[in-house]
Design a protein around this ligand. Structure first.
Ligand code: 6CS
Ligand code: FE
Length: 305
């Protein structure tokens, strides 16, 4: 409900008949907070300018091996397969994603709290942070399907009630990322523009969108404008590498028809000064395992040396 004194929402989406490109009104790098110094000034500048940062070999091979074993066990566990956290590929029973992975596995919880990851989020977001969402994406060889272009923030704002752009994601590769196994693609610089999308959100949209997204999807012309300006990158590298990216960076990935899986762990950190409100689309909030709102307690860093 808007009152006469309410400040207009700068990120209205899925309401107008036409798409629109609007400038971002929030900073990318935020000041304040515990200010850990994980990233160099150059890394910070690059994240600010491009909306992402690729870090090779963030994890050691033995850590990657353990995480893969754990994920493999989870994905084959009948109990886990029956949970609503587990999302299958459209029209099949191949596991596409396992949400709230930090709640299902201590190893993944530790990874989310590891200072090599968490302190990057705290530094960029300039505050304590909590986990808005976590998941593992499996994208198996031959069978893994694409994630169409989107800004995560657009969905988190409209469907989860995340007020402002003060969140970021990290995608940690658990298998090698090649150009041909459906790696994450990003449009550099796109985080500085908000693309208002067309199409009213249907009820319980998440039941469909997590398999294949059809609302909150930018139009072709807006995507072309952003890509003409910034190009498209697809960072590749060994398992254990990570891509940190701003919540509004336009990204997506192709399907995987190669024989080699593309598996990653995905954590979303939101500032404790940007906690969720009622969803801006007016519908009921998505479930806790997709968008945490029962606790916004700061994550405690874990230094595992
Ligand atoms: O709906 C969501 O929250 C999300 N969907 C995608 C395709 N990426 C980010 C996030 O996990
Ligand atoms: Fe995404």
């Amino acid at each position: 409900m808007s009152s006469p004194t309410a400040v207009a929402d700068p990120y209205v989406s899925r309401e107008a008949a036409q798409p629109e490109l609007r400038p971002r009104v929030d900073p990318v790098l935020h000041q304040g907070g515990p200010a850990p110094e994980r990233l160099s000034a150059d890394d910070l500048r690059s994240f600010d300018e491009h909306g992402y940062l690729f870090v090779e070999n963030l994890l050691r091979p033995d850590e990657v091996r353990e995480l893969n074993q754990e994920l493999h066990a989870l994905a084959h566990n009948p109990h886990v397969r029956g949970l609503e956290e587990t999302i299958t590929e459209p029209g099949g029973d191949i596991v596409r994603s396992i949400f709230r992975i930090h709640g299902l596995s201590r190893l993944f919880e530790w990874l989310a709290r590891d200072v090599r990851v968490l302190d990057v989020a705290r530094q960029i977001l300039g505050s304590e942070v909590y986990l808005h969402q976590s998941r593992a994406n499996l994208k198996p060889g031959f069978k893994g399907k694409e994630f169409y272009w989107h800004s995560d923030f657009e969905t988190w704002h409209v469907e989860d009630g995340m007020p402002r752009m003060r969140a970021l994601s990290v995608s940690i590769a658990l298998t090698e990322n090649y150009p041909f196994n459906g790696p994450l693609m990003l449009i550099p610089g796109s985080h500085k523009t908000f693309v208002a999308c067309v199409g009213e959100t249907p009820e319980e949209h998440y039941k469909h969108s997590l398999k294949k997204q059809e609302y909150g999807v930018p139009d072709d012309q807006s995507l072309k404008r952003l890509a003409d300006r910034g190009g498209i990158v697809a960072p590749t590298g060994p398992a254990g590498s990570a891509v940190f990216f701003d919540c509004n960076t336009m990204h997506g990935s192709n399907s995987n028809i190669s024989p080699y899986p593309r598996t990653n762990a995905f954590f979303v950190y939101n500032s404790v000064d940007n906690t969720l409100e009622a969803p801006f689309c007016g519908l009921k909030p998505r479930p806790e395992h997709i968008a945490a709102r029962s606790s916004f307690a700061p994550l405690e860093p874990l230094d595992r040396g």
